[in-house]
Design a protein around this ligand. Structure first.
Ligand code: B12
Length: 314
């Protein structure tokens, strides 16, 4: 946050919009209509969002994703206790708990106990408990719900804890490994050939190491009966281009988690393909100026729907 905001000045509306994957005009509407906005303004009168403002908006967005109407989601997010400043003795830095206060699913409702359970297992580096919880959720809820209601809240909490303290990299790595393994297992193509349509291609942007969402997408697509080939993390543009040329997929999906990997200008140069390639992108890293014909999606379920639309079921 500090890197983007510059000496605690807070984020501008454009930066927050990119992080959340919503339009800047939507943020202004939410501010006007529901009173969920920035705590302050710059000297020039521009909206400046603090980390707590951002956490509230993320909470609101998650509620919307899980089906709440925007007004209700805003009220719940505003009612939630603020995360508070990171303290060496609190959750932020030295504490032994993952801060889950930005995630409504963790505070109340049917998923709260399991979110806290997975977070506890992660902090304890209890790989067996993590694995059991992750597979149980995937079996019971399916990939999209397990990802959105259980895994994302814990990942976001770990990210916040790490950002506040610089510690717990081991927790982040172990949870990532457990999730990657479970999602990869479920992303495997099912059946024995007979394929009439080439699989869609899923890749991370060049130098982007955050590949979990791409594997979540592959697993969700497999569950929905759509075949995908995952090229994984840090895919150079020439490699993605070669893969498109060689396999002729109906669609390619590219993920960018951080602004360092989110320059979208190269997407316009991808081969047009035969059949015509549908380019879909996701992740909070992408900058504005997305080329025409490239579609930005902001949720896992939206990505699945977008890719399924161009891919007949197996
Ligand atoms: C796990 C993790 C890692 C793992 C990745 C393992 C892997 N194989 O993927 C490792 C340890 C490798 C890692 C490395 C780094 N990380 Co990291 N990491 C994370 C963490 C905890 C989860 C990442 C993730 O999967 N996010 C996906 C979901 C969970 O989060 P989200 O994108 O915010 O979700 C929103 C939308 O995108 C949407 N959504 C969710 N899922 C999906 C799926 C699809 C398909 C779609 C369309 C939408 C969608 O829903 C949410 C709505 O708000 C995040 C914390 C976070 N908040 O994301 C930090 C985080 C992304 N990392 C961060 C950083 C700084 C780094 C490093 C630079 C650290 C370093 N100093 O080396 C490196 C980056 C290397 C690189 N160049 O890529 C920062 C990025 C800050 C920024 N905005 O730039 C974060 C946010 C942590 C933080 N709070 O500081 N990281």
């Amino acid at each position: 946050m500090a890197a983007e905001s510059g000496s605690g000045a807070g984020l501008g509306v454009g930066a927050v919009a990119r992080r959340l994957g919503v339009a800047a005009s939507t943020l202004r509407t939410w501010d006007r209509r529901y009173g969920i906005g920035p705590s302050g303004r710059s000297a020039g009168g521009h909206r400046r969002y603090t980390a707590d403002d951002l956490a509230r908006l993320e909470a609101m967005q998650r509620l919307i994703v899980s089906g709440a109407p925007p007004a209700e989601a805003a009220r719940a997010a505003l009612d939630a206790p603020p995360a508070g400043p990171a303290s060496p003795r609190g959750h932020g830095a030295g504490g032994n708990r993952i801060p889950l206060d930005a995630t409504p699913a963790a505070r109340s409702g049917p998923h709260a106990a399991r979110v806290r359970g997975l977070a506890r297992a992660a902090m304890a580096l209890d790989e067996r408990a993590m694995t059991t919880t992750v597979h149980a959720a995937l079996d019971r809820e399916g990939v999209v719900a397990a990802w959105e209601l259980l895994f994302v809240p814990v990942l976001v909490g770990i990210g916040r804890k790490h950002a506040a303290s610089g510690a717990h990299v081991e927790v982040e790595h172990l949870l990532s490994a457990v999730l990657l393994s479970a999602l990869t297992e479920r992303a495997r193509p099912r059946g024995t050939g007979g394929r009439s349509v080439p699989p869609v291609l899923l890749a991370c942007a060049p130098e982007e190491q955050h590949c979990l969402p791409v594997y979540a997408l592959a697993a969700a697509l497999a569950e929905a009966g759509t075949a995908a080939t995952v090229l994984g993390a840090r895919v150079p543009v020439p490699a993605l281009t070669a893969a498109i040329d060689r396999t002729g997929p109906p669609a390619a999906f590219v993920w960018s988690q951080t602004s360092e990997t989110g320059d979208p200008s190269w997407l316009a140069g991808l081969p047009t393909g035969r059949p015509p390639l549908r380019t879909v992108i996701g992740g909070p890293g992408w900058a504005d100026r997305i080329p025409p014909r490239v579609r930005l999606v902001t949720t896992l379920s939206w990505a699945v729907a977008e890719l399924q639309a161009v891919t007949p079921r197996r």
